[in-house]
Design a protein around this ligand. Structure first.
Ligand code: COA
Length: 329
């Protein structure tokens, strides 16, 4: 096992107040509570209001991290936000958050790796700490997927929700805590299976874009499902191998919450019993880059992740991007 040099410390989350239940969706599209629960495990998701911006929710989550770590906001050297649904296309979400939080000494930027974004951002933060570029990095997963979800498309609108989660990355306080290993991977040739065709430079906003609803997320669900299962299991295996550890060493599995059936298959293929897998998809749906940090915060606050726990995080999403990280808490 590699000696950890960089640790994750402190967690926070912010969940919008409004809840969209499966019963609510039954009134919007041709679906049923039973279908959604059986196929996805989702019962409800939270949807932000106009004033619940990612900058505001991010501030809330980050302040919880600051409170827990005892750090002053001026001590933050960098803020990295993983998001696919920023408040604005320019400046980045991290810049908005830096201003709202008042983190005047922080360099701020976004990481775009969809649902795997939080793990990618953690890896970037690890590198910044190791090279001395930053001492304290706030890493945030933040999504308002409701803004880019097509509520006329029953195959996607039942899945997504909003929320923010955060943690801090810094030099490990002792050699037994922190990031043990990680693994990141991408296959850009499969990008079209989960994408937003319109709204970018190739198809700038136009009447056609609005009419054809190409601004919204589109997903080939069945194909994405197949890749997700295979790649999440492979990422877990690679990360454990890099650490010289096995599935038996994992205390808590925190998978990206895309679909309960994907979580169950990932746990099974990795050899980790479901009792060790954390699930909150029933309450939040898929919050993309925010799903792992929200789950991590719940695990820590509920005492499921405690000092010394080996936590295996794994995610898969648009790109396709996927990855895994093993951390000793
Ligand atoms: C989206 C997802 C839940 C769909 O479940 P599925 O079991 O694959 O269902 P399918 O897409 O094969 O559709 C089965 C049928 O249900 C229908 N259906 C789709 N959405 C429905 C809904 N909300 N309510 C009722 N029926 C629905 C389809 O039209 C299809 O009908 P047909 O057989 O008559 O054509 C699932 O594919 C999934 O979770 N995919 C991956 C998500 C993911 O991992 N994303 C990655 C990160 S974001």
């Amino acid at each position: 096992m590699k000696r950890p040099v960089v640790e994750l410390v402190g967690t926070g989350r912010c969940i919008p107040r409004n809840v969209l239940t499966n019963a609510d969706l039954e009134k919007m599209v041709d679906t049923s509570d039973e279908w959604i629960r059986e196929r996805t495990g989702i019962r409800e998701r939270h949807i932000s209001t106009a004033d619940e911006t990612l900058a505001r929710m991010g501030k809330d989550a980050c302040e919880q991290v600051l409170e827990e770590t005892g750090l002053d906001v001026a001590e933050i050297d960098s803020i990295i936000v993983a998001t696919a649904s920023p408040d604005h296309l320019l400046p980045s979400q991290a810049c908005d958050l830096q201003a709202t939080l008042g983190a005047t000494n922080a360099a701020a930027f976004d990481v775009g790796a969809a649902c795997a974004g939080f793990l990618y951002a953690l890896a970037v933060a690890e590198g910044m700490v190791v090279t001395g570029q930053a001492k304290h990095v706030l890493v945030v997963g933040a999504e308002r997927l409701s803004a880019i979800t097509d509520y006329q498309d029953r195959s996607t609108c039942i899945l997504f929700g909003d929320g923010v989660g955060a943690t801090l990355v810094r030099t490990a306080s002792n050699s037994s805590r922190g990031i043990i290993s990680s693994y990141l991977k991408t296959d850009g040739t499969l990008g079209k299976l989960l994408c937003r065709p319109g709204g970018g430079a190739v198809q700038p906003p136009s009447e056609e874009m609005i009419e054809q609803r190409t601004y919204f997320l589109r997903m080939e669900g069945r194909q994405t499902f197949k890749h997700a299962v295979r790649k999440m299991a492979d990422a877990c295996e690679q990360t454990l191998k890099r650490a010289g550890m096995t599935c038996d060493d994992v205390d808590v599995l925190i998978p990206h919450q895309a679909n309960l059936r994907i979580i169950e298959a990932t746990a099974k293929h990795t050899g980790i019993p479901m009792e060790k897998a954390f699930v909150n998809i029933d309450r939040y749906g898929n919050t993309s880059a925010a799903s792992i940090p929200i789950a991590l915060d719940e695990c820590v606050r509920e005492g499921r992740v405690k000092e010394g726990s080996n936590v295996l995080m794994v995610a898969f999403g648009g790109g396709f991007t996927w990855g895994s990280m093993l951390v000793r808490w």
